[in-house]
Design a protein around this ligand. Structure first.
Ligand code: KIV
Length: 304
């Protein structure tokens, strides 16, 4: 058992300062026009999503990066729609303030428009997502348009798109030649025209991200794209120090939760092995009148 529900006491904490202002796709547009930076992080479970939401993060993304950081896969490719829905539902129960976006996994929008639409609708209907994210530029524009017509807000994602890892030949910074720069700018404009409400720019040179951000009326959200985007996103496990390899250049580690957890687990293990956990104060007790019976009372007969 663990107490996880919203209580008046919890609502009186840091949550209350943000709870009144629900973030929508329109809030994000407004933030761009007011030049207010948009904050975005990934979350994959109830507890962390609730901490992010109560901390006032604008956009919470159930990213398919969960295939790597939650499931231990080497790429994002294996995660399925059903798995993404499961994680999104947990996050949904925690989020009251942020815009909740679910990533559509590889294969869920590639085979046909009908299948893509049906899968996207599942994220809104069955998991409570408020928008979906799909990777790709110009070639996705017709699909984005169709989704928006079906009342599904879409977050685009261009540059280093992890679902294209094999086509890119690895995780490489994109847009470093004139031709690639032109192509990425055209991708961004096509997504905007198709109706995407914002675009993630991943792994692109700062100068190109700044140019795309200036050209678009919709917000850009950068990851490894420099400080000139309208917002920033990081994978929570990178920010929190819960990964097992040296972080990428663009990651800033704000905590070392992995180290803290190792220390906590080592201390717990020590206490259990030394029989110092649980203590008498951490134990339940019989009423005083019955205590003696527990140790000296008659033994019940065993049934054969
Ligand atoms: O899957 C993910 O977490 C993402 C973000 C890094 C943008 O796509």
């Amino acid at each position: 058992m663990s107490i996880t529900q919203f209580t008046p006491a919890a609502a009186g904490g840091t949550a209350s300062s943000h709870a009144s202002r629900k973030i929508t796709i329109h809030t994000l547009a407004e933030k761009k026009s007011l030049r207010q930076p948009i904050t975005c992080l990934t979350a994959y479970d109830y507890a962390t999503a609730r901490i992010l939401d109560e901390s006032g993060i604008d956009l919470i993304l159930v990213g398919d990066s969960l295939a790597m950081v939650m499931q231990g896969h080497e790429t994002t490719l294996p995660v399925t729609v059903d798995e993404m829905l499961l994680y999104t539902r947990g996050v949904r129960r925690a989020v009251r303030h942020a815009l909740l976006v679910a990533d559509m996994p590889y294969g869920s929008y590639h085979a046909s428009e009908a299948e893509a639409l049906a899968n996207a609708i599942r994220f809104l209907k069955e998991a409570g997502a408020e928008a979906v994210k799909i990777e790709g530029g110009i070639r996705r524009a017709p699909l984005v348009e169709r989704m928006v017509q079906a009342e599904i807000p879409v977050l685009g994602h261009i540059g280093l798109t992890p679902q294209s890892v094999h086509q890119m030949g690895g995780y490489k910074v994109q847009g470093r030649t004139q031709q690639a720069m032109d192509a990425l700018l055209a991708d961004a404009l096509a997504l905007e025209q198709a109706g995407a409400f914002a675009i993630v720019l991943e792994g692109v040179p700062r100068e190109l991200a700044a140019r795309i951000t200036a050209e678009l009326t919709i917000p850009t959200i950068g990851i490894g794209a420099g400080p000139d985007c309208d917002g920033q996103v990081l994978v929570l496990h990178d920010l929190a120090g819960m990964t097992f390899a040296p972080p990428a250049k663009f990651v800033r580690r704000y905590a070392s939760l992995g180290d803290s957890l190792r220390e906590a687990v080592a201390a717990y293990r020590h206490d259990v092995e030394a029989r110092t956990f649980p203590s008498d104060e951490e134990s339940y007790h019989l009423p005083t009148a019955l205590r003696e019976n527990a140790t000296t009372g008659p033994r019940p007969r065993r049934h054969a």
